[in-house]
Design a protein around this ligand. Structure first.
Ligand code: ADP
Ligand code: MG
Length: 238
């Protein structure tokens, strides 16, 4: 198969089981949201997919190839964090170029990708600024731009909008939807905001205590929640 395949993933921190037997398939180009209360394992699961951490058990395959033992750099994925994680001492342009400079990507190609991402995200006027001179929304655009220039097969986004104010969150939501339509890349999107998940995702994965409670389209979850927990989190009131 192509896409991402998680098989019986377990992650323990010491004696604590944080991810408990999670199996999931994500198709190429899909927009999948992980939702669930704080501490349910969303970020941990995303880090395991990214290769930033190794599972205690189970396996991860990308496009049919087992990548369980393979590091983050070789998975063809790009992660966007809630905290932006920009380098404060570098300009926006340098932040965008940083991940590409010691790769096989040619200089001219790096410049072209930066120009393209800057245009797409409307951050052209800020390329020479430092992150400290930008608003939260502008910083988050740069963080997304840094992922875009890497041309990843999949984007892994961990609550990318939760540091923004409500109005900006809504407009950035629309931008993310447009970006997904344009790039046609897989997006795995962690959020504790069910409205965000309902409006953006093709499928939603509801997590609780390190387990999957239900996977379905927003409509399936809304109309046919598997249990009271899912209903309380996302379903129709009843
Ligand atoms: P979420 O992103 O859904 O809020 P996390 O994946 O961050 O949840 O955390 C899930 C659980 O794992 C929490 O109980 C958290 O305290 C614990 N946890 C996460 N990372 C570590 C770590 N590096 N060491 C120990 N416990 C951790
Ligand atoms: Mg988290």
């Amino acid at each position: 198969m192509s896409g991402l395949e998680l098989r019986n993933i377990v992650k323990n921190f010491g004696a604590v089981e944080v991810i408990r037997d999670v199996s999931l398939e994500v198709n190429d180009g899909e927009f999948v949201a992980f939702v669930g209360p704080s501490g349910c394992g969303k970020s941990t699961l995303l880090r395991l997919i990214a290769g930033l951490d190794k599972p205690t058990g189970g396996s991860i395959a990308i496009d049919g190839k087992d990548v369980t033992g393979i590091g983050a750099a070789d998975r063809g994925l790009a992660m966007v964090f809630q905290s932006y994680a920009l380098y404060p001492h570098m300009s926006v342009r340098e932040n965008l170029a940083f991940g590409l400079e010691n790769t096989k990507v040619a200089k001219a190609e790096i410049e072209a990708r930066i120009a393209d991402a800057a245009r797409m995200l409307e951050i052209e006027p800020f390329l020479q600024r430092r992150p400290g001179q930008l608003s939260g929304g502008q910083r988050q655009r740069v963080a997304i731009g840094r992922a875009i220039v890497r041309r990843p097969d999949a984007f892994l986004l961990d609550e990318p909008l939760s540091n923004l104010d409500a109005e900006l969150r809504v407009s950035m939501r629309a931008e993310l939807a447009a970006l997904h339509a344009r790039l046609k890349a897989t997006m795995i999107y962690v959020t504790h905001d069910q409205v965000e998940a309902m409006t953006l995702a093709n499928r939603i994965v509801v997590l609780r205590g390190g387990r999957i409670e239900q996977v379905g389209t927003p409509l399936e979850l809304y109309n046919k929640p598997a249990n009271r927990f899912v209903a309380g989190f996302i379903g129709a009131p009843h």
